[in-house]
Structures are given as structure tokens and as C-alpha cells.
Design a binder for this molecule. Sequence first.
Ligand code: ATP
Length: 370
Amino acid sequence: RKKIGVLTSGGDSPGMNAAVRAVVRMSIARGCDAFAIYEGYDGLVRGGDLIKQLYWDDVRGWLSEGGTLIGTARCAAFRSHEGRLQAAKHLVQSGIDALIVCGGDGSLTGADLFRSEWPSLITELVNNGSLTKDQVEPHKFLTIAGMVGSIDNDMSATDVTIGAYSSLHRICEAVDSIGATAFSHSRAFIVEVMGRHCGWLALTAGISTGADFVFIPERPPVGSAGKTWEDDMCDSIQRRRHRGKRETIIIVAEGAIDAELEPITPGYIKELLVNRLSIDTRVTTLGHTQRGGVPCAFDRILATLQGVEAVEAVLSSTPDTPSPMIGMNENKVTRKALVDAVNQTKAVAEAIGRKDFRRAMELRNTEFEA
Ligand code: ATP
């Protein structure tokens, strides 16, 4: 009987519980045992009570729960060889032969590294007497599948990540509420949203709420003929105000930068509006409200379909197939090589670092075969 472990890692995102539920129930439906590893990679490194078998009824009601009920963590120990050695020992001792990781690009990088090191880790564990040859014999290979749980939607090779639409929905509600008070007082609001180095949340929130301006890392603002972007922004806001628009909403991604890669902060934009246009301006940082709350219907569906696919992927995986990342492309659940997806995601950041913004956008969208 195959034993499939599932863990959530990195920042939590709405829909992770739906993903775990789908993995647990699909594993059972396919005749396997399902294990939850609590507290992300910490659970693997520490073992013991943090690795528990889950049954069908254990995950009842999880579809609509926000956050992750099996916990998540940033685990420094798993970045070290010693930590991964402990993790391998605990996996073998629990009899788990396949691992499904739901997390961001960091978590999936760690998962891929773990799988590539697996043969040498178990050899080391036999050599140092932690495990016997008989114990490791059925665990010569570790099968891994990645599911992307992240509100940032920053992973290449998938159109969407689990949690992004729930977060977007929460941002829209907040901006709508702010819009009402902005209108009442004729104020400007600068709303900072999450997304780290990715502008997806800011951009889609701007489109969804009809914001006046959006600042994202992938497209730093540039001024038109002989003007700075600051001049252009102020001119445009003034024009709209002269036409009778009472409220101004500007959305700034937390990673927004200018063409020189310097951060564009909400405080700086506020100064411009106050000093140049004398507009009563407030800054709102939405913070962790963007992460919390119940997952929207889309994230529940996405996580469920991908959880099913992740179990199918580990069941059909062979030592020669690369670890798959379960994605979504053009409305279809897909499998891509995890290592390629992770590398391409890193290449986006590198392209931005050398001011090649066009390439960064191409890399986000480029398709490749698994
Ligand atoms: P989010 O996008 O929400 O921040 P993430 O998965 O990218 O999620 P990270 O903090 O980068 O979050 O990674 C989560 C955990 O994955 C780390 O704490 C660490 O345990 C593991 N991890 C990340 N990168 C590596 C790596 N290169 N090698 C081994 N483990 C890693």
C-alpha cells in the first residue's frame, strides 16, 4: 500500500485546506494511505507527532476553511544538509514513499532538491547507522509532486496559483470600501497590496476596481515626451478632478519599482499628491487581511482538481520522470517539470534585476513542455 504524505509550506494561502482534503481523499480512493506532515518542512525535520495519518472524515469541512489547518512554517533547518537528512529519516521511518508539497517557489525548490538528494541521503543514513538496509530498501526513490499555493500568483508555467483569486477578491472588497470614503471626502487613497516581486495582485485589483493608477514591478513608470512619470501622473489626476471626479485610488504593489529599480513607496506618491496637487491623501496598507478568510469558489475548485491530479501524478511517476508541478494552463490542469518552473520563476527576478522588463513578462508567460 502506497503511503502519500502532504504538507503545506511557506506563506499560507486560501485554498490550501481544500488541496490537502483533495489529496487525502483521492489517496484513499486510489487505495493508498494519506499522511499529513504538520508545520511544513519543520514537521519532516522534527518527525514524531508531526506526521499523522489522516482519514476520510478528518478533512470534512476543510473546503471552506482559510489558512492551512495542518500548519505551515519557514523552516531554516530544511535548507541545511543535516535538516534534510533528518527529514529523510523520518519519512522512511513513517513508511511514506511519496510527498506532495503545496507552497510557493521556495518550498518547491526545496522539494526538488530533496528528491534529487534522496539516494545519497538514504545511503548516508544507512552508513551512519540511523537506518538499516532493510528499512531503506522499499524507499530507494522518493516521488514528489508540487502544488503552487501562493496568493502572489508569481509562479511561471502556471496561469494561476491556489489562493490568488481569494486574495484578489479581498483586496477588491477593501478598495470598494475605501472608494466610498474617498468619494465622500474627495480624498486620494494609496493602497499598498502584497505580491512580493510580482504585480499580478496589484494589476488585477486595479482592473477590477477601476483604480486611477497601478504601480507594479514588471512595468516601471516612464514619463512621456520631456516629462517625468510624476508629472504625468499628477497631470492626469488633475484632469480627472477637473472633470468632476471626487475620488482617486492608486494601487501600489509592495515590490513596485521605478526604471532605476528604486522602490516606489506609497509615502512617496502621497507626498506628490499633497505637495503638488494639495489633495487630502491617505495611505492604506492592507497587510495580512489579504491572506486570511475563506477561499473563494475558484480556489476551492482549483485546489480540488489539482489535488486529484497531484495524487495521479505521484502514482504514475517513475524514477526517470522529473518531479511534476501541477499547474493550470488555459483552463486545463497541467503537469510541468517542477525544476523548469522553479528555474523560470527565478529567471523572471533576474530579468527584472537587469532591467529587461520585456523578457521578465515573456518568462512569466512562456510555455514549455514537461
Ligand atoms: P511564499 O511564496 O508564500 O513566500 P515560499 O514557498 O516561496 O512561499 P519560502 O520561505 O521561500 O516560501 O520557502 C518555504 C520553506 O521552503 C523554507 O522555509 C525552507 O524550509 C524551504 N526552502 C526554500 N528554499 C529552499 C532551498 N533552496 N533549499 C531547501 N529548502 C528550501
